[in-house]
Design a protein around this ligand. Sequence first.
Ligand code: IPM
Ligand code: MG
Length: 353
Amino acid sequence: MKVCVLPGDGIGPEIVGEAVRVLEALRADGLKIEMENALLGGCAVDATGEPYPAATQKLAREADAVLLGAVGGPKWDSLPRPQRPERGLLGIRKDLNLFANLRPAVVYPELAGASTLKPEVVAGLDILIVRELTGDIYFGEPRGIEERNGERVGFNTMIYSESEIVRIGRVAFEAARKRNRRVCSVDKMNVLETTQLWRDVMIELAKEYPDVELSHMLVDNAAMQLVKAPKQFDVVVTGNIFGDILSDEASMLTGSIGMLPSASLDDSNKGMFEPIHGSAPDIAGKGVANPLATILSAAMMLRYSFGDEQSAARVEQAVRSVLASGLRTGDIWQEGAKRVGTREMGDAVLAAL
Ligand code: IPM
Ligand code: MG
């Protein structure tokens, strides 16, 4: 398996470095993996003028999977939009047709106290957010800022086709079959036609999955329910923008955004795997970032793109035992735990492996 590694910006290189060490350890144990680095985001802009350069595109297209750290930072925020790091991220998602974004939010027993919510609300939480990733208002046309009647107006287009809704719906229903067989579809059908269609199509599709229970929730209520009673959910399926927002919210149930991995898949088994957090420029280069979300993303890569459940479970188990042993990076640190940096956390996962 060929993996294109994109460390990106900010803390990206540090956290990806630890995930790569984990993969190298597995390679020493027989995992067939080749890794090659490329540039994405601000570092790519600095080197080539573009956030998703042709060389990266070539490597990413040829690879079986992509492992990504994070992109962006204040240094590039004032560049014209096409040159911003975020555009590189959206570009690679669209280019590789990675329409299905899986964002699991799991509360490890050891970390129940790290959430700002009461431990009893989050202990044992295991939900999966299935976010559509290549459509919606993120990509809809027309878009822009222009002058109308003597003032500036900004506009974007929220748009979904039936086929886009069906294919992400299938991913959610199939995922639910491997879990607790419940799908909650989140929309805003009381106001937005796009999401009326979303709901109609989900209801039609559900007929093909009689063994899975489908429910619906408006996005504002879903935002509330996620902090009120998050354990009511199994699989949540939603569009690109709602999924972006709800998955950040869900990350806080787990105590830290530094814990959440994600997989973005196309309709074969190819995928890009990245932590859901950003490049955290404020702590970049300090060696304190939590590498666990990236290491867990590498585990998702082993599961989904390599079809190697055993290695995936082995990595996840190593992470669990490191947490059980009391090691914590700053973001999940609590009284009584041992505070460690990025490298030490990586060392501990390697030792546990
Ligand atoms: C995410 C991020 C991205 C998104 C940004 C960086 C473009 O917030 O992966 O959730 O909005 O999709
Ligand atoms: Mg986001």
